[in-house]
Design a protein around this ligand. Structure first.
Ligand SMILES: [Fe+2]
Ligand SMILES: [Fe+2]
Length: 252
């Protein structure tokens, strides 16, 4: 596997959100809006990233295909933002011009090396995957469910991509340094999960995730990422043929 494979993947996956049921007339109920609206607004803003820091740092890996893959990744995140924004528009929910979630993560990405930036992004992919699983169950909107499934699949591939990038950076690190950074990274992921729970637990509850279920799901996704880092040969590129069914079960 090379970064050229990833660049090809992102190119092939481009515009895959265009064929969703955008003509779905379903309007979220007031209850659904209260449950999911605010988190949707923040995640829509969060998906908007110019990726300038990442593109600048990409030079640390002297592989032109890495830069191409990064462009594909940024474009895909932009597609998520556009699609979520279109959904917000359809539902009469205003788009946020600013989100503190976005600001905080942007600050973290600016700090440190390419490895730090990739680790921060990986944290966002891990926690985001679990959030969208809950979102899938949080409303009866067929369009929002389709959107959530596509984004879950994409984010899982982003986890694979970021793990692949880290495995390419690993030979530069000492064993002790790598182990310490893994520990810190686990702490960052746990802290991010806590913040997401505190801020957006309405959506998580509505999606059938209580605190135990949510933190267990994040831990499971984090463990998957760690396993990919330990066994890089298991990192795959092709998305699953059928999107993975979210693990959360809708609350009765
Ligand atoms: Fe995304
Ligand atoms: Fe992502």
């Amino acid at each position: 596997m090379t970064f050229a494979d990833w660049a090809r993947y992102f190119r092939a996956n481009h515009a895959h959100l265009a064929d969703l049921s955008w003509d779905d007339p379903y309007q979220l109920t007031q209850r659904e809006k209260r449950a999911a609206g605010r988190s949707l607004q923040h995640f829509q803003r969060f998906e908007t990233s110019e990726g300038q820091q990442l593109q600048r740092r990409a030079a640390a890996l002297p592989d032109p295909e890495y830069a191409a893959a990064i462009r594909g990744l940024i474009s895909e995140e932009g597609d998520h933002s556009l699609a979520l924004g279109r959904f917000l528009d359809q539902q009469g929910l205003p788009r946020l011009r600013r989100s503190w979630v976005n600001t905080a993560f942007r600050g973290l990405r600016r700090w440190g090396s390419l490895e730090t930036t990739v680790r921060v992004l990986l944290t966002a992919e891990v926690v985001g995957t679990v959030y969208f699983r809950a979102l899938y169950h949080a409303s009866f909107s067929g369009l929002l469910q389709q959107l959530s499934l596509r984004i879950i699949r994409d984010e899982q591939m982003h986890v694979n991509f970021q793990c692949f990038t880290l495995t390419q950076l690993r030979p530069r690190a000492s064993r002790l340094g790598w182990g310490l950074r893994q520990l810190l990274h686990g702490g960052l992921t746990a802290g991010t999960a806590l913040v997401v729970w505190l801020c957006f637990n309405r959506t998580l509850w509505a999606g059938g995730m209580g605190p135990v279920g949510f933190f267990a799901a994040v831990a499971e996704e984090w463990d998957r990422a760690c396993a990919l880092l330990r066994h890089p040969e298991t990192i795959c590129i092709n998305p699953p043929r059928t999107p993975q069914r979210p693990v959360a079960e809708r609350a009765a």
